[in-house]
Design a protein around this ligand. Structure first.
Ligand code: NAP
Length: 280
């Protein structure tokens, strides 16, 4: 009898991870391309992360996604980082090559590919980003790498947005970096793109992160949140006639980019998209 090789294992580490849609989209992609692989969820406590990463080979694990709260914490355990992960200072994808673990960040690339679908060209444009956590870092770096003219960051934790603005200034000499210390300081009149990279909007009881009255009609309003599909911010902006998008496309394309890093193959994005929509 022919012996079937055991599947390569991929998966997601973080805490919590049960809500993740990645097993649906990655599993469907493996099946469609007839790749003998499985995608599993690994909820880890912080003190388990180092040991887990050291033993990937023993567990037939070839690649991982990384989510909150370990995107920065995994870095000391890796052998190397892609240029984007180094600039973002966070990792959402790990590839194991024999005993070496390489860290990547596909969030920014996922965001940019979705912007392209939306017909938004970031080159020479001005962006305002609410939040300065991991997602805001990925987006601000991605916009800077694609030639944006100006990026303004704002966070309720001013020390965090100050650090992000300083980091962008150090790495992107031609970019105009603005750092708003209050909502009233945001340069909304000149913004081509407004991104909500805060978790405000995930709960129905959340307030608006910004008053949409002050956003101009030319501005694309992008909320990284995809569940709910339409946050209060997106609804209010849409009702004012603005172009809006949630973050489902970013989720899809960051997953597609991880898939390519692991397998070397183009991801079947339409199959992955339909799995996301079905399981949301
Ligand atoms: P994070 O690391 O917690 O960062 C969020 C930042 O926003 C924190 O610094 C937080 O400050 C700040 N903040 C909270 N309320 C604010 C407000 N009203 N105005 C300005 N800043 C505020 O989270 P993250 O990992 O960057 O993720 C942010 C959001 O993006 C989450 O909803 C996440 O689900 C989503 N996301 C989506 C995708 C996608 O593929 N679509 C990918 C990554 C993340 P405090 O900590 O002091 O509250």
């Amino acid at each position: 009898m022919e012996h079937k090789p055991s599947p390569k294992i991929y998966g997601l580490i973080g805490f919590p991870v049960e809500h993740s849609l990645s097993p649906f989209m990655q599993g469907a992609a493996f099946s469609l391309l007839k790749i003998n692989a499985e995608y599993k969820l690994f909820p880890l406590q912080e003190n388990q992360v180092g040991d887990f990463l050291k033993h990937l080979g023993d567990n037939n694990i070839f690649g991982l996604n990384v989510t909150v709260p370990y995107k920065e914490k995994v870095i000391p355990f890796l052998s190397g980082l892609s240029e984007e992960a180094r600039l973002i200072q966070a990792v959402n994808t790990i590839k194991r090559e024999n005993d070496k673990l390489i860290g990547f960040n596909t969030d920014g690339a996922g965001f940019l590919r979705h912007l392209k679908d939306l017909g938004f060209e970031p080159k020479a444009r001005r962006a305002v980003i609410l939040g300065s956590g991991g997602a805001a870092r990925a987006i601000s770096v991605a916009l800077s790498l694609s030639g944006a003219k100006a990026v303004c960051v704002y966070d309720v934790d001013i020390s965090r947005s100050t650090r992000l603005a300083a980091h962008l200034k150090d790495n992107f000499k031609n970019l105009e970096i603005l750092h708003a210390s209050s909502l009233a300081d945001l340069p909304l009149a000149r913004a081509d793109l407004l991104v909500n990279a805060t978790p405000i909007g995930m709960k129905d009881s959340d307030p608006l992160p910004i008053d949409p009255e002050f956003i101009l009609k030319k501005t694309l309003v992008y909320d990284l949140i995809y569940n709910p599909k339409e946050t209060h911010l997106l609804r209010a902006a849409r009702e004012r006639g603005l172009k809006v998008s949630n973050g489902l496309g970013m989720l899809l394309y960051q997953g597609a980019a991880s898939f390519k890093i692991w397998t070397g193959k183009e991801a079947p994005v339409e199959t992955m998209r339909s799995q996301l929509l079905k399981n949301l």
